[in-house]
Ligand binder design. Structure first.
Ligand SMILES: NC(=O)c1ccc[n+]([C@@H]2O[C@H](COP(=O)([O-])OP(=O)(O)OC[C@H]3O[C@@H](n4cnc5c(N)ncnc54)[C@H](O)[C@@H]3O)[C@@H](O)[C@H]2O)c1
Ligand SMILES: CC(C)CCC[C@@H](C)[C@H]1CC[C@H]2C3=C(CC[C@]12C)[C@@]1(C)CC[C@H](O)[C@@H](C(=O)O)[C@@H]1CC3
Length: 349
């Protein structure tokens, strides 16, 4: 099933966090389908003739109310940076901010709310293979980002009602053009010579999800929420349906960026313990200095364990299937990195 173009400007939608990675791709797709699109974000990162931008803080409900008149559907894609490691900000934005979003949706008579959640809401650092939505929320999430994503998803799904249909989409490891997290962090670590090592045996399979598939799932869910009210109040895993060895994927990115693939193995539990010590140190010095380490128990666990998920529920209940395959997705991502484009263009010929 494909997403449908609509009678131009017949529906007004709001993308909260629309200046971000997922948000901007979603905004561009919605505009191409004929929606009237509003963006609410702390910042404006691009221009678009069909988009109305509202700058504000979703922690301030008055800011939100100013942009919600006659809005049919809200997409909530805002979050502090997942690697920012700032508990207060995560709680304020992902929990208190989401309560504001829900209150504002009810006050303004919004019909649909689609939350960009995360497959990591069920991940506590142990292997997950083909995990489905029956898995319970992580009892001991490895970081405060994940902890607040769990609280956020619970708030949104419990708000589902006759007047406001809500749904939580759980992508995992989103990548693609303009990704501000994975690719830049990988490139920074590589430039610092910190990607020579494989954490663990290198046999852990994970899901990575190309941005166009994430956007497709959001639009598909929004278009079906009213026709299939039974999908409301549910969470759905959204991935590329092609789990890949974590270190094979990372090696592809690194080689595409012009760096060597990691080749020396380090014991997983040794690095995990090291990351734990780093977090203790970060906590001790936190009253005096804010340190945002990349080496955390969460990033080590993500690099060293299986974590891939089933999308069968989304496939059967709203006909989701990825629109871009992993191989093509990796190629498009690497081609989108400016300094690489010429190199890839030559290679592709
Ligand atoms: N990137 C991934 O791998 C990934 C995977 C699964 C789920 N997600 C989820 O997808 C969503 C989008 O993530 P992203 O990667 O696009 O992040 P991003 O950092 O690129 O974008 C987030 C946007 O939210 C905005 N924002 C943050 N705090 C705000 C506030 N108080 N008020 C208004 N706007 C605010 C930021 O300015 C930014 O533009 C998030 O909910 C994230 O949890 C991301
Ligand atoms: C080990 C090096 C060679 C490369 C290091 C890459 C890491 C920076 C990324 C690998 C997996 C990524 C990831 C996220 C952030 C960046 C990585 C740790 C998320 C935690 C971002 C937030 C999402 O909600 C998580 C999700 O559930 O999809 C991501 C999980 C993967």
């Amino acid at each position: 099933m494909s997403v449908k173009a609509i009678k131009p400007d017949s529906k007004i939608v709001l993308v909260i966090g629309g200046s971000g990675f997922v948000g901007r791709h979603l905004v561009e797709k919605l505009c191409s389908l004929g929606y009237t699109v509003r963006v609410f974000d702390l910042r404006t990162t691009f221009e678009h003739e069909k988009v109305t931008f509202y700058n504000g803080d979703l922690c301030n409900k008055q800011d939100l109310l100013k942009c919600m008149d006659n809005v049919d559907t809200v997409f909530h894609c805002a979050t502090p940076s997942p690697l920012s490691n700032n508990k207060k900000v995560f709680l304020r934005v992902n929990v208190d901010g989401t309560k504001n979003v829900l209150d504002a949706c009810f006050e303004k008579g919004v019909k649909n709310l689609i939350l960009t959640s995360s497959a990591s809401v069920v991940y506590s650092g142990s292997n997950i293979e083909h995990g489905d939505e029956t898995l319970p929320y992580a009892k001991r999430p490895l970081d405060c980002y994940t902890q607040t994503k769990i609280q956020q998803e619970k708030l949104v799904l419990s708000a589902n009602s006759e007047s406001l249909k809500t749904i939580a989409l759980r992508p995992h490891g989103i990548f693609g053009p303009r990704d501000p997290h994975m690719l830049p962090t990988t490139a920074r670590l590589a430039a610092a010579g910190k990607t020579k090592f494989i954490i663990g045996k290198g046999i852990n399979k994970v899901d990575f999800t190309y941005i166009d598939n994430v956007v497709y799932a959001h639009v598909l869910a929004a278009q079906q929420l009213q026709q299939k009210p039974e999908i409301a109040g549910n969470a759905y895993n959204i991935t590329n349906n092609e789990p890949i060895l974590f270190w094979e994927f990372m090696s592809r990115l690194l080689k595409g960026l012009g760096y060597a693939a990691p080749k020396y193995h380090l014991p997983y539990y040794f690095i995990y313990f090291l990351a734990f010590l780093v977090q203790i140190f970060v906590f001790i010095v936190s009253p005096f200095k804010t340190i945002r380490p990349t080496l955390t128990t969460m990033t080590v666990a993500l690099a060293g364990t299986h974590h891939y998920y089933s999308c069968e529920k989304a496939a059967s209940e709203f006909n989701y299937s990825p629109v871009v395959k992993l191989e093509d997705a990796i190629e498009r991502t690497l081609q989108s990195v400016p300094e690489l484009h010429n190199k890839h263009a030559k290679k592709v010929k």
